[in-house]
Design a protein. Structure first.
Length: 220
């Protein structure tokens, strides 16, 4: 049964990345989505907190200073996203140094890049190196295809966003290097207006799995 389900998933989620078209209209749709989510408030937000992997990874991100206080597994520390060599990390309460510190800091930044994307991906649609296109969806609506040509851990990844009538994201399909299933779908749900005024999601559903982001908060 497991092999059968895996085969069905592989056949269903093994589509090529759609070509898309109309980049100028896509840019306009992306801006409308950002307005709906209050991207101006996001730009002015300083602190964002959330959890990931069932609470195993915990974050307090100082977006203004480019630093994040985080814990994951046996590790905890203050990671400098701008100058990683200025980071400090403890393993089971023991301060790390030298090559071990560098290695664990790289792991921490990789975790942060992945886990924060599941929280703030809509606000990254105009990141440097992104390309936007419109895609006609099967239900007759229009999707927003965003491709990352540089930056992050896996440049070349693409995401096809589906929006509701209020222009809030409700799901995206993923074409990413780390997943063998191409076009896998994930929902974006539980949108809440935070203290800073920006709207952020609370959880995602990927097949039978739920990715809970814990108690999400954002403040200035």
């Amino acid at each position: 049964m497991v092999l059968l389900l895996s085969g069905i998933y592989f056949l269903y989620f093994n589509d090529p990345v759609p070509a898309g078209n109309a980049p100028e209209q896509a840019d306009a749709l992306a801006r409308d989505m950002l307005d709906a989510l209050n991207a101006e408030a996001y730009r002015e937000t300083r602190y964002i907190t959330w959890t990931y992997r069932g609470g195993r990874n915990r974050y307090r991100w100082d977006k203004t200073m480019g630093k994040v206080e985080m814990s994951w597994g046996d590790y905890s520390g203050r990671i400098d996203l701008v100058y990683p060599d200025r980071s400090s990390v403890k393993e089971n309460g023991v301060v790390l140094e030298g090559e071990r510190l560098k290695e664990v800091t790289e792991e921490a930044i990789s975790n942060f890049n992945n886990d924060s994307f599941w929280l703030v991906a809509p606000f990254k649609v105009f990141d440097k190196g992104t390309k936007r296109r419109l895609v006609d969806l099967r239900d007759g609506s229009t999707g927003l295809l965003v491709t990352y040509t540089q930056g992050g851990d896996t440049p070349g990844d693409s995401y096809l966003w589906e929006l509701d009538n209020a222009l809030f994201p409700v799901k995206f399909r993923m074409w990413v290097q780390i997943l063998p299933l191409k076009g896998l779908s994930a929902t974006w749900e539980g949108w809440q207006e935070t203290e800073s005024g920006v709207w952020l999601p609370q959880y995602h559903k990927v097949g039978p799995l739920t990715l809970d982001l814990g108690e999400v908060s954002a403040s200035r």
